[in-house]
Structure formats: structure tokens, C-alpha cells
Design a binder for this molecule. Structure first.
Ligand code: FRU
Length: 541
């Protein structure tokens, strides 16, 4: 989206925006450029340490990443370096609406608990810091890295889109102190095509051609453009991909990475993911293509007409994957913004707005109809597991009796379940139940779809686009069973069907006390083959 499009989005906002717009902005905003060098918060929580309720506000996710306060959208440049995971994010230091985009920053040692750091990159001279990526420049190819001794110094380099009224360009910044402070490259921009919608650079090292590759979007042309460089400063255009697949919205936040198929490194394919707001009539917004990348050109092997979808819910956007995970960790992990441009600015705020998904491991798997991306929650999340309830093989009725007698309920839960049916039209789970509210996670056995129905998830009407039922294809086994892996937080559900073959992410805003769970079947009987429920701890405990 360009500034105008953003403005339009914001103009279409409901009463909430109007109320919020009337809220006085912080004094820092007073400079001529709208630039503030003063971080709004420093280490930990500093904006209002006395607020005992901070982090425990009604809708505040208790294990999903959120900013201390103000607006957040895309995750940017997630990376591992010297024992820390870094997460940057699109951030407005001055308010609860989109604007003054900067890179917020947090670090973690376990991908679950995050420590907030001062803003990494601030808007300056009218140039906002749009989405991008970071790399470790291991061999100082850029010349930005300082160091002493014989060892070649390494440093972190951020590659971001600079956004001003009519121009988007690619820019660099670097850090020689483990991401604590950043210097913008004085010769920015490093790529200027004189275009208004050219953004979201994702950079990685391509060993085969021994060069850095930058993946960008010419957003309104529905094209991905690849560039190559040996020093991160001088870039040559390599090739374009697109238009292809879904083009119903601008293309944003591309990612490109190789993965072994079924773990076989001799069978590697590349995944090119491209996000688009309101991209498909369905509301899905994260499409991907599978193919080969030779360091210059991406050749799709999957259909370029009918894209594949990463997530069948409306709320997994701008996904981007971690760079430089330790060599011993062979996983590929990404995360996304847990909402949708359609209503991101209208959902309950105060004092923050926006959350990121749980980090997910992505893999490629061969199925009868082709190679597909599967996603699984990262194992690190298991540290949050608290009270555990196991439900063995029994009828749905008996399983519900057991859940009731053990008082199994919660606003933060992890559930793994394998459910089956002989003849039911539908079966699944109802979560965040209570006071007339419920979110249904089910399987339609005729259509062979997994769905999340949030039409009754909140008794408060949030937005006309909010109540919906979303579904994606699911394969039932011969015994007509389906596996569910579900993460429920204060204001979201993420559902991984059949070991991550079908994923549905949804924000929900039930009232406090809507914390019941129930297994159900419709027009027929169902069975629990096995089920585990964990109450999850808050990361703020
Ligand atoms: C995606 C996006 C990016 C852009 C950023 C601006 O949500 O629109 O294309 O860089 O957000 O905040």
C-alpha cells in the first residue's frame, strides 16, 4: 500500500479511530519532520511501570508478542545472532494507529519470552522505515563491521524500504553492538527505481552463486524483483516473477527460502511466499509458489494460475522467516502479523494494538497432489505448558463429562486432539465458550474441510467483516479421523490440522470468563481417539 492507500484505509475507520484521533499525541511528535529520536520506552517496561495491569489488560495476548504500547504491524528482520533471537517490527512510536513507521525491537533467548529494547530505526527526514530484513554479514562484505584481532569481524545489517510520499527505495543500516544501536548508511538509498511502490526487501546469502540476493516487490505491478550483490551496497537486477496467482491486492512482504522435501536434502525446493491484503475473495492473504531458484531466476513448479495458500484464516499476514538460525538448528522458522488490513485498526486497543503469530516451523512435504508447505508450532512453546489433562479413547459424551468433572477450561490453552467419526456431518471443538460466545473449530466431513467459525466468538460487534467462517481442505484418514493442534490465547486461535497441512489463524475477542471447551459432533456420532489439554502460563508471570 502507498501512503494514499494507507490514508484511505485509515479514513475508513470506525468510531474508534475518531475517538483515538482526538487523543493528544506525545510531545516528541512536535519536530518539523515528525521524527523523534527519543525512544518511547527503553529496556523492559518503562512507559508506565506503576500500572499493575500492564500486560494483563483484558485482550492482551499472554504468549504472543505484542508491543508495550502503540501500533504494531509486520514482523521485520527476525534473526539469530550471538545467542539472541532478534525481532523487529513495524511500529508507530506515537500512537495506536498506523503512522511514523519505525522498527521496534525486542530480543529473546528462547523465542517465547521477549525483552523490549529501544527503537532500532526511526523515521527521519520524512522517510518512514518500512518492512525489510536483517542479515549477519559474517565476512564483512559490506565493510560496515568493526572488530579487533585476526578474526574477520561480523555485524548485523538491516535492509529496509524507505517510504516517503511518492517514493520507495531500498536502504541499509548496520549495528556493531549486537543490535543495540544502528547507523543508517550515509549513501542510502542503495536501490532507487523511482517507483512509489517498491518495498519489503528480504535478503539472504545464496551460496551457489556466492552473492547476496534481495527479494522485493513492485507492489502495484504484482511483481517480485530479485537483485544480486556481493557487498550489500551495489545491487544488480536479476529477474522478475509475476504477475501470477492472486493479484486482487498489492503484493507485499515476499520471502524466499529452500527446504528439503520430507527432510531429504537431495530433494530441495524453494518456497516463494507473497502476501496481499484482501488478495482473494476468500480473504486468504498469504500465497506461495514452489519451485527452483538458481540464484537468478525463480521457476515455479506449482501452478502460477492457482496459488497455494499458507493459511486459510484471515489473520496471518506479512510472514517473514528467521535468518541465520544456528547451524545446529536445521529448522526454518517464520512468524506473521496476527490480523488483517481489513480491520486491523478497528480491533480492541489500549494501550497497544497488534500481535504476532506464534513462531512456526515450516517444512515441505510430498502429497499425492504435489509438494506442500506444512507449518508446526515451534517446540520451544512447550515451556508454557502448565496443568495437563489427558483424555483417552472414548465417546464425545464421555470425553465432555471428563473435561467437565476436571474443570478443564481456560483463556490460554494448547490442545492436541485426534477425533474421528463414523457418520457425523461435522465434528470438532468449541473453545472460549461462555456467555453466549464460542469459537468453533470443526471438520465438515462432506466437504472435507477444516474450519474456524468465529461468528459467535465475541458478543461485541467489532466490524462488519469480522464475523466469519473460514475453511481449508483437510484429508480425513480411512478411519475418518483428523488431528488438531490448537493454540488459544486471550484474543486468538491458531489451528494446525493434520500436523500442519492446513492452518487457520484467527483473532477473536471473547469477554472475560468465556473460557469453556467442549467437543461436539453434528448429525452423527464422533469419538475422541486421544486428546491432551494444557493450560498455558503467561510469559509475563
Ligand atoms: C505490509 C506492509 C508492507 C509495508 C509495511 C508498512 O503490512 O504494508 O508492505 O512495508 O506494511 O507498515
Amino acid at each position: 500500500m502507498n501512503s494514499q492507500a494507507y490514508r484511505n484505509t485509515l479514513l475508513r475507520l470506525s468510531f474508534l479511530t475518531v475517538v483515538l484521533a482526538a487523543t493528544p499525541l506525545p510531545a516528541q511528535l512536535g519536530s518539523a519532520t515528525g521524527v523523534a529520536q527519543t525512544p518511547v520506552f527503553a529496556f523492559g517496561v518503562s512507559h508506565d511501570d506503576t500500572a499493575t495491569e500492564l500486560y494483563h489488560e483484558d485482550d492482551r495476548p499472554q504468549f504472543h508478542f505484542t508491543p508495550v504500547k502503540n501500533w504494531m504491524n509486520d514482523p521485520n528482520g527476525p534473526i539469530y545472532y550471538e545467542g539472541e533471537y532478534h525481532l523487529f517490527y513495524q511500529y508507530n512510536p506515537f500512537g495506536i494507529e498506523w503512522g511514523h513507521m519505525s522498527w521496534g525491537h525486542a530480543v529473546s533467548r528462547d523465542l517465547v519470552h521477549w525483552k523490549h529494547l529501544p527503537i532500532a530505526l526511526s523515521e527521519e527526514n520524512g522517510v518512514m522505515i518500512f518492512s525489510g530484513s536483517t542479515v549477519v554479514d559474517w565476512h564483512n562484505s559490506s565493510g560496515f563491521c568493526r572488530g579487533t584481532g585476526a578474526k574477520t569481524p561480523s555485524c548485523l545489517v538491516a535492509i529496509y524500504a524507505g517510504h516517503s510520499a511518492k517514493l520507495e527505495t531500498q536502504n541499509l543500516a548496520y549495528s556493531n553492538d549486537r543490535g543495540r544501536t544502528w547507523t543508517k548508511y550515509p549513501d542510502n538509498p542503495v536501490i532507487d527505481l523511482h517507483l512509489a511502490s517498491f518495498r519489503d526487501p528480504k535478503v539472504f546469502w545464496h551460496e551457489g552463486t556466492r552473492q547476496w540476493v534481495m527479494v522485493t516487490v513492485l507492489a502495484s505491478q504484482h511483481k517480485v524483483r530479485f537483485f544480486g550483490s556481493t557487498d550489500l551496497k551495489h545491487w544488480t537486477a536479476l529477474s522478475d516473477f509475476g504477475p501470477a496467482g492472486a493479484t486482487g491486492g498489492v503484493w507485499e512482504c515476499p520471502d524466499l527460502f529452500p527446504l528439503p522435501v520430507d527432510g531429504d536434502v537431495n530433494q530441495t525446493r524453494w518456497v516463494l511466499s507473497i502476501n496481499l491484503p484482501r488478495g482473494a475473495a476468500s480473504g486468504w492473504s498469504n500465497q506461495y509458489f514452489i519451485g527452483l531458484f538458481d540464484g537468478t531466476t525463480f521457476s515455479a513448479e506449482s501452478s502460477v494460475e492457482k496459488p497455494l495458500w499458507v493459511d486459510y484464516g484471515p489473520d496471518f499476514y506479512a510472514s517473514t522467516s528467521f535468518s541465520d538460525l544456528p547451524k545446529s538448528d536445521r529448522r526454518h522458522i517464520w512468524l506473521g502479523w496476527l490480523t488483517n488490513w481489513e480491520y486491523a485498526a478497528r480491533v480492541p486497543p489500549d494501550p497497544w494494538r497488534g500481535a504476532h503469530s506464534i513462531p512456526r516451523q515450516v517444512k515441505l512435504k510430498q502429497f499425492a497432489d504435489g509438494i506442500r508447505l506444512v507449518q508446526e508450532p515451534i517446540r520451544e512453546l512447550q515451556v508454557l505448558r502448565a496443568r495437563h489433562t489427558r483424555v483417552g479413547n472414548r465417546s464425545i459424551e464421555a470425553a465432555n463429562n471428563l473435561l467437565k468433572s476436571k474443570k478443564v477450561r481456560g483463556e490460554m490453552l494448547e490442545i492436541t486432539a485426534e477425533l474421528s467419526t463414523e457418520d457425523a456431518a461435522e465434528f470438532g471443538l468449541k473453545v472460549r465458550q461462555g456467555n453466549g460466545e464460542e469459537t468453533v473449530i470443526g471438520v465438515d466431513t462432506k466437504k472435507q474441510t477444516l474450519f474456524v467459525d468465529r461468528t459467535r466468538s465475541s458478543s461485541v460487534r467489532l466490524d462488519e467483516h469480522f464475523p466469519r467462517r473460514d475453511s481449508g481442505p483437510i484429508r480425513l484418514t480411512a478411519g475418518k479421523s483428523v488431528k488438531f493442534h490448537i493454540f488459544i490465547d486471550r484474543s486468538s486461535v491458531e489451528v494446525f490440522g493434520n500436523d500442519g497441512e492446513t492452518v487457520i489463524s484467527e483473532t477473536i475477542f471473547p469477554g472475560q470468563g468465556s473460557d469453556g471447551i467442549e467437543i461436539y459432533s453434528l448429525a452423527g456420532r464422533g469419538r475422541v481417539l486421544k486428546m491432551d489439554v494444557w493450560n498455558l502460563k503467561s510469559i509475563y508471570q
